[in-house]
Design a protein around this ligand. Structure first.
Ligand SMILES: Cc1ncc(COP(=O)(O)O)c(C=O)c1O
Length: 407
């Protein structure tokens, strides 16, 4: 059956979508490849536009899908944590009453923003980060995506934005992942990083919340966040810059929190450190977190981490590690953790979606360098890393009920 004939039968809206895909994606999506049409998550809906042709077309596309490579040809072994552009992004606008509807998949590419949009002028924006893993059997796992949806809702409330419901968030994540399925690394080679964004797109001049918002999701295949991989990272305790203050926005994933740490991070990287550890801005002696991950301190059987009371991000990996460690018999404490305790710890590790569980090899504070784990990965860090990643990648039965299987 000639694809050109079938395409001529498409509804005008789908036709426009295909045309946009074609021009924006160039050779990556070509209509000579019927697999890519079938790989569109709405393909069954879209194909129903053929009315009486529908069943025949579906059968044709399904057959072709089986014949076509389902993973892009990338050098998976050298994946880092950088942007690799994929096929589709999800896009949904709020209406004037603050509700979101009519989300759709679009070809990945630039979006239009009013120069006076609230996000560009006043930083009214949030992001999230989660991952999808490909299992050996080809199925796909998401890790606790509803937690990201809930964190986005609570962050949105803090900076006066409406947010998609948990159901809308999950539906959008699933659609985006499935549409970009061929970009999910093979099992054991990495993951598909999912980046939901919620931004004030409506125009403002005075400092007020926007009247309109955009919820968007894009994805990228990723490997290790730190170039060290699972090898221990070297951190420096920041003495001058602070990431957050009590009453501020340190506890939410607002975009401004990240611009404000770039300078400290840049200085640290120039000196050869992987990242910065921040102290509390009041006493300047209690640990907070790193620029993009939480921190844990191990002493004997006790694992301590700073309590999440508004100045640190309540990480979903942090929460998961607390539960995994507790289930393994460790005594886990969420409390004030002083910098002295950090320096006297047996092991230190960081947690986050991007960094997973990242062992710390050394910490430098006031010019003094303390080393941990004899330059190797600490026993506790290794144990928790293995337990968490086994769950995330579906290598062990999910006794916690944390993974969501797609397909
Ligand atoms: C500042 C900060 N802390 C901690 C985390 C870890 O959070 P999660 O485990 O939910 O990824 C992140 C990462 O998103 C972060 O940006």
């Amino acid at each position: 059956m000639a694809i050109s004939v079938m395409l001529s039968k498409l509804s005008s809206s789908y036709g426009a979508f295909l045309a946009a895909s074609s021009s924006s994606l160039g050779s990556r999506i070509s209509f000579s490849s019927s697999y890519k049409v079938e790989s569109h998550p709405n393909s069954s809906l879209l194909l129903s536009h053929f009315s009486s042709w529908s069943k025949t077309c579906k059968a044709y596309f399904s057959k072709k899908a089986l014949e076509t490579p389902k993973i892009v040809d990338l050098d998976w072994d050298s994946l880092g944590f950088g942007l690799v552009e994929t096929d589709f992004m999800y896009f949904m606008r709020s209406s004037s009453d603050g509700t979101f509807s009519k989300g759709e998949l679009l070809p990945f590419g630039p979006i239009q923003l009013n120069p006076s949009s609230a996000v560009l002028n006043y930083g009214q924006g949030l992001f999230e980060g989660l991952k999808a893993y490909r299992k050996e059997d080809g199925s796909i796992l998401l890790f606790r995506p509803e937690e990201n949806a809930l964190r986005m809702i609570s962050g949105a409330e803090r900076i006066c934005m409406p947010a998609p419901t948990v159901e809308q968030f999950l539906d959008a994540v699933k659609q985006t992942v499935l549409a970009n399925k061929r970009w999910i690394p093979p099992a054991g080679k990495g993951s598909l990083y999912i980046r939901p964004l919620l931004v004030g797109s409506g125009p403002v001049l005075s400092l007020v919340p926007a009247s309109e918002y955009i919820f968007l999701i894009y994805v990228a295949p990723v490997g290790n966040y730190f170039k060290e991989g699972l090898a221990p990272i070297n951190l420096i305790v920041e003495e001058g810059y602070h990431r957050a203050t009590p009453g501020g926005t340190g506890g939410i994933k607002t975009i401004g929190n990240y611009a404000s740490v770039l300078k400290a991070q840049k200085i640290a990287k120039e000196k050869g450190y992987s990242d910065v550890l921040y102290l509390d801005s009041v006493h300047k002696k209690y640990l907070e977190e790193a620029s993009s991950c939480n921190v844990f301190v191990v002493k004997g059987n006790v694992i301590s981490t700073p309590a999440a009371k508004g100045t640190i991000l309540p990480g979903i990996t942090r929460k998961s590690i607390i539960d995994v460690a507790t289930s393994k018999g460790y005594q886990v404490e969420e409390r004030l953790v002083s910098v002295e305790e950090l320096l006297e710890a047996d092991e230190v590790f960081c947690t986050g979606t991007a960094v997973v569980v990242s062992p710390v090899g050394s910490i430098t504070y006031l010019g003094k360098r303390v080393e941990y784990g004899n330059k190797g990965v600490g026993v506790v860090s290794q144990e928790l890393y293995s337990s968490l990643t086994s769950l995330q990648m579906g290598l062990v039965p999910d006794t916690m009920g944390w993974t969501m299987q797609l397909q």
